[in-house]
Design a protein around this ligand. Structure first.
Ligand SMILES: *Cc1c(COP(=O)(O)O)cnc(C)c1O
Length: 339
């Protein structure tokens, strides 16, 4: 796997740690739980989009872009990492934020990732939920290009074949760590949304013949749609890498039973997962993605989906900054007391 053939702007703190979660493993009494800490990629509170942006922003730079434009939900981690990456490269950043939840909560609309977008100097505009955000962004970019501006657009979540290279690289990195330590990995589980993370991982794992089943826990789309999105992007990613046909349809597996009411709306089991990871392992999850991924992971462990003694890696995709946009999802009245 020769990723150095592709332009890349090195900024992430890599490799991210691979750690065993002893207290969570003991609590759940099932497989041995490991975590791949892509919440620790280092850019403005970290997260999975930084790996994708290393390849996307290098492309933007080569094209001579002055402005990068992207889109996402109000509390988008992708938007925040793009804003931070652009600042580091001395580029302007403009973000279309889609109101997917309809929340009028002040922290949701101004704190967390939104605060960080603005701190990194990005400009933002709101759009109503439910539109074709990538199309709206391209239309706006074309208007700006007509005014002579050099605009590079990044699709939602940074999920195209260029961005997915970041997760091909992660598959490569994780397998290297496992091999160095003699750690046989039986499963990898992570939250899947705009599909780039899973598409890159499955392409990398298959291209290396890793023989590790990968499971994406969905946060938005129904199963058939999510798997189709991942598969289609994996095909493009494999083509870009020069190994077309390496991913089969059945390699792409998503479980979308943990979405709850919808994208960006916290679930009870997701909030319980946040508290569990925070109290047992001092690891911060986010209510939109990693908590729903972890809730699915925990539920599957409890249902016996994994064998005792299996080594299962939860890929932590980040998102903790969103916690500060969701403080009202928690009730900590009972903590105002002496231990
Ligand atoms: C974007 C994101 C995901 C999902 O990754 P995709 O590549 O969009 O599928 C998962 N977790 C967090 C915290 C994210 O920000």
């Amino acid at each position: 796997m020769h990723l150095a053939r592709f332009p890349r702007r090195f900024i992430a703190h890599l490799p991210t740690p691979l750690e065993r979660l002893d207290r969570l493993t003991a609590e759940l009494g099932g497989p041995e739980i490991w975590i791949k800490r892509d919440d620790c990629t280092g850019l403005s509170t970290g997260g999975n989009k930084t790996r994708k942006l290393e390849f996307l922003m290098a492309e933007a730079e080569l094209e001579g872009a002055e402005i990068v434009m992207t889109q996402g939900a109000t509390q988008s981690n992708h938007a925040r990492q793009t804003a931070a990456f652009a600042a580091k490269m001395g580029m302007k950043c403009h973000i279309l934020l889609e109101d997917r939840t309809g929340s009028d909560n002040s922290n949701y609309n101004n704190n967390g990732n939104v605060l960080l977008d603005h701190l990194h100097g990005a400009t933002t505009e709101k759009r109503a939920g439910g539109g074709d955000m990538n199309a709206e962004m391209e239309a706006l970019a074309d208007e700006m290009r007509a005014d002579g501006k050099k605009v590079y657009t990044i699709p939602g979540g940074g999920s195209n074949a260029t961005g997915a290279l970041g997760y091909v690289n992660c598959a490569f990195e994780l397998l290297g760590q496992a091999n160095e330590r003699g750690l046989k990995i039986d499963h990898i589980v992570h939250a899947t949304g705009s599909a780039g993370t899973q598409a890159g991982l499955v392409t990398g794992l298959k291209a290396m013949n890793a023989q590790i089943p990968l499971l994406g826990i969905g946060v938005r789309a129904p199963k058939a749609k999510q798997e189709e999105n991942v598969y289609n992007l994996a095909l493009k990613t494999a083509e870009k890498l020069g190994c077309p046909g390496v991913v089969q349809r059945e390699d792409v597996v998503a479980n979308t039973d943990y979405v709850g009411e919808g994208y960006g709306i916290p679930t009870e089991d997701g909030l319980a997962a946040i508290r569990m990871f925070a109290e047992l392992e001092s690891i911060l999850l986010d209510p939109v993605y990693s908590a729903k991924g972890a809730a699915g992971f925990i539920d599957l462990i409890r249902k016996g989906h994994f064998k005792k003694g299996d080594r299962v890696v939860f890929l932590h995709t980040g998102g903790s900054a969103a916690l500060f946009g969701y403080d009202n999802a928690f009730d900590f009245q009972d903590r105002w007391k002496r231990a």
